[in-house]
Design a protein around this ligand. Structure first.
Ligand SMILES: [Zn+2]
Length: 471
């Protein structure tokens, strides 16, 4: 949704002091010496960013040991789980009274590789320049992982009452193979399965000039369902055209696929997304978004929304033509032609049914259409839960002009794996970024404003402190 937000100076949010009207749950928050914890978070984030966990190879054991030392010093029970040379996960747990099911704070400790020559400061320096902490992982996702750990430390030190277990889980290898989370789920499902909620990456909060901040909470994602199409036909000399040659058949098939408008299917979370997004729209868009179900009966609106790349993907299964291969020489008509389609399915869509549809659209028995990879079904968590409502309430309390949106991620996230254990998973980070800063993830000069580390810590702590005590 970046097109809706102008790249502007970061809108820093004042932390609104707690009012008398708040519930007893907020009591511990007011007595916390935030200055101390915030300074600690900034200093520890610098240290954490200095650990090089570029993946491959990862070396996430060093990151697990970093958290292990931190939790040991605070007296928080924790276990490091090495599962391959240099690779490890770590899980820490603060026990609740057992009356409610656990809340998991999940983060990954690996980062993507980078070329230091393209950086302003070395990528593993943790240097602060002009109020911003630089380092590979500052956005994705060492900052969030670190403040999740500090939330654990504060909860322990301030004796936060807990009806739920509060679990911290840092895993290796999210960026390449998901082996950390896969290993954890296969080998220690008992540590995770009973949980009710999980918070991890997958949402992004952006400042929206003049109209407040937009917080996106990732509630689901689309599933890649990659498909190949192979056309066959008689080969020959390029000087004598063959009308039903493999390349011609494939070109016609690709044309039919490219022109195909897949059916619209409105998920409840997406309906809510449009409803909340209406607050940022001028009329008549605002009314159309608020009544999206009805608007999607209007052909003119359908055409408009289908052409908006940031909105279209949430409303339907999508197809992008990507790889194309045929022929080696200009004067030779080849006997096969091949292409690949990047298909993304909405939660609930059936890959077999989609294959049937696309075969019907192509309608050519000389074009073989089949899946490339095994399909991993996508899933979503309801936006009607205690944790989601708590995120909304806390964000709006601390940032009264904020808009909170349940977002369907375009890409795959690890939440997909944890949802299969019956856990409601949300992509949520408490920082607010400009599009410019957000764009530094996986790129050069990745950085996080110090002020966002400080305010993000309070925001996440309050969300956690309320959730662990709310049925
Ligand atoms: Zn990440």
């Amino acid at each position: 949704m970046q097109q809706l937000w102008l790249s502007a100076a970061l809108v820093l949010i004042c932390m609104v002091p707690a009012t008398n009207a708040q519930s007893a749950q907020d009591q511990p928050l007011r007595s916390i010496k935030w200055e101390h914890y915030q300074a600690q978070a900034v200093q520890l984030l610098q240290e954490y960013l200095r650990i090089d966990t570029s993946n491959p190879p990862g070396n996430e054991l060093a990151a697990a040991e970093f958290f292990h030392r931190l939790f040991d010093q605070a007296g928080i029970p924790n276990t490091v789980y090495p599962y391959a040379p240099g690779r490890a996960n770590i899980l820490a747990r603060l026990k609740g009274d057992g009356s409610l099911r656990p809340l998991i704070l999940l983060n990954h400790t690996d980062v993507v590789q980078t070329d230091p020559s393209t950086w302003r400061v070395p990528p593993f320096s943790g240097d602060i320049v002009n109020g911003e902490i630089y380092g590979r992982g500052a956005v994705d996702m060492k900052e969030e992982g670190l403040i999740q750990a500090i939330v654990m430390l504060i909860a322990a030190r301030e004796h936060l009452p807990l009806k739920r277990d509060l679990v911290f889980l840092a895993t290796a290898d999210e960026e390449v193979g998901d082996t950390g989370s896969t290993w954890m789920i296969q080998n220690h499902p008992e540590l995770l399965r009973g949980a009710e909620f999980l918070i991890t990456e997958g949402g992004a909060n952006l400042s929206h000039e003049g109209r407040g901040n937009v917080y996106s909470v990732g509630v689901g994602e689309k599933a890649p369902c990659w498909i190949s199409m192979t056309a066959t036909g008689r080969g020959g000399h390029g000087s004598m055209p063959i009308s039903d040659s493999a390349p011609n058949r494939l070109a016609r098939a690709m044309r039919r696929v490219a022109d195909w408008e897949t059916p619209i299917r409105l998920l409840p979370e997406v309906e809510r997304y449009f409803h909340e997004l209406a607050a940022l729209q001028p009329e008549p868009r605002a009314s159309q978004f608020r009544n999206i179900r009805q608007s999607l009966q209007d052909p003119a609106f359908i055409q408009w929304v289908s052409e908006d790349e940031d909105l279209n993907y949430m409303l339907r299964d999508t197809v992008s033509l990507t790889v194309m291969k045929a022929g080696m020489q200009t004067n030779v008509i080849p006997d096969t032609a091949y292409c690949e389609l990047d298909v993304r399915l909405l939660p609930g869509s059936n890959p077999e049914e989609f294959l049937r549809q696309i075969r019907a659209v192509v309608a050519d028995e000389h074009v073989e259409i089949k899946p490339i990879n095994p399909f991993r079904a996508s899933n979503a968590s309801s936006a009607d839960t205690t944790l989601y409502r708590t995120i909304e309430e806390v964000v709006r309390h601390l940032d009264p002009r904020a808009v909170v949106l349940p977002e369907l991620n375009k890409g795959y996230t690890e939440s997909q794996m944890y949802r299969q254990l019956g856990i409601a998973c949300y992509g949520f980070g408490p920082e607010v970024m400009t599009p410019e800063i957000e764009a530094t993830q996986h790129a050069a000069n990745e950085r996080m404003p110090v002020e966002q580390v400080r305010r993000g810590l309070r925001l996440l702590y309050e969300i956690v402190a309320r959730t662990v005590n709310t049925p």
